[in-house]
Design a protein around this ligand. Structure first.
Ligand code: SF4
Length: 349
């Protein structure tokens, strides 16, 4: 049923913040762009650098080549690992093919890898809560394959067996919903009372912030639109969080995906975007919604965010060298120009 408008109120679009790009995605895209600028195309990228078609296509047009296996990369070429991270086995294969690797793994994913290595060294069984077949989960599980088992739902939490129930820890994929994870962890805890948890929350700040923001706006709207790709775990989780809060929610790739019929009885829409969806797509969706009658637009900022991650050391070093070379080349050109003017003024009759 439509939420009634107060007298004088127009159909309203709530643009929810934080939304869209997280620090890990910003860093990963920056790494590919810098690599293309410095080394020139082709730059190979293992898997989609982030799960968004618009971003991937934009980088492809600039010369990035996205591959699914290392065999597709010519020996000795330059290869970027995506924000989702890779297993040590993939790193070894890349080294064997003498690929020049630049690692765009998000530092928060690396943190989970380090936890997996530490607990495996200490003899723990690791229960990794995450989506089967997700690139991040494959990478994390690959750090300690003998010690790790994947748990993707409550049923699996009920069935999983470990050799030593007193030495068991759970880790999670960074982009899960806290609600689902809580349910799985609760089930695991009843089965393994000594279950240890990661030293710090594995679900990352960006995932949590976007979910909390959607949850609080869901109470005021009849429909939540999430801009993101189907392959984006955190975008799908935003849809689920809104649905769990009792509101209709839909995942859309872009403005063209909006069906005006969805909005027939709707007076208030919430709009957000997954961590891999660029702001330009949100702007296009906003413009389309305004065309469809949502002329009152409110920016609702619930949690301020100012996280930034440093670029990989090898790239900052090269960038600095690159900038010095550009500076020296410009300085040399400037000197040549001055010399030319001096020569002209001296040789003029
Ligand atoms: Fe990193 Fe979180 Fe962004 Fe994934 S969603 S890239 S873990 S900041």
């Amino acid at each position: 049923m439509a939420l009634q408008l107060s007298p004088g109120e127009q159909k309203t679009l709530y643009r929810i913040r934080p939304r869209g790009f997280c620090a890990g995605v910003v860093r990963a895209i920056e790494i590919v762009k810098l690599a293309l600028d410095i080394y020139g195309p082709p730059i190979y990228v293992l898997h989609e650098i982030v799960h968004n078609q618009y971003v991937v296509e934009g980088l492809r047009q600039r010369g990035a080549v996205f591959v699914e296996t290392l065999e597709e990369v010519p020996s000795g070429a330059r290869l970027i690992f995506s924000a989702h991270g890779v297993s040590p086995k993939v790193r070894q294969q890349a080294a064997a093919r003498q690929l020049k690797v630049i690692d765009a793994t998000c530092p928060l994913v690396t943190k989970v890898h380090l936890e997996a290595m530490k607990f495996a060294r200490q003899g723990y069984s690791i229960l990794l809560i995450g989506d089967r077949d997700h690139a991040e989960v494959e990478g994390t599980a690959g750090e300690a394959p003998e010690a790790t088992q994947l748990v993707s739902n409550v049923t699996e939490a009920e069935q999983v067996a470990v050799p030593e129930p007193s030495r068991v820890v759970f880790l999670t994929q960074t982009t899960l919903s806290q609600y689902d994870t809580r349910e799985i962890v609760a089930r695991l805890r009843t089965r393994f009372p000594a279950l240890r948890e990661p030293p710090a929350e594995d679900i990352c700040y960006a995932t949590q912030n976007r979910q909390k923001a959607v949850e609080s706006v869901a109470q005021r709207v009849e429909l939540v639109l999430v801009v993101g790709s189907k392959s984006s775990a955190n975008s799908n989780r935003l849809v689920e969080v809104a649905q769990r809060a009792g509101v209709r929610a839909l995942l859309i790739e872009d403005a063209a995906a909006i069906d005006p019929h969805w909005l027939a009885d709707v007076n208030r829409v919430g709009l957000t975007a997954g961590a891999s969806a660029p702001e330009v797509l949100v702007e296009q969706v906003s413009a389309r919604l305004q065309q469809l009658g949502f002329t009152q637009v409110e920016e609702v900022e619930l949690i301020p965010e100012d996280v930034r991650f440093a670029l990989p050391a090898e790239l900052t070093r090269v960038t600095r060298r690159f900038s010095v070379h550009v500076f020296l080349a410009l300085a040399a050109l400037g000197l040549l120009a001055v010399a030319w003017f001096v020569w002209l003024s001296l040789t003029r009759p």
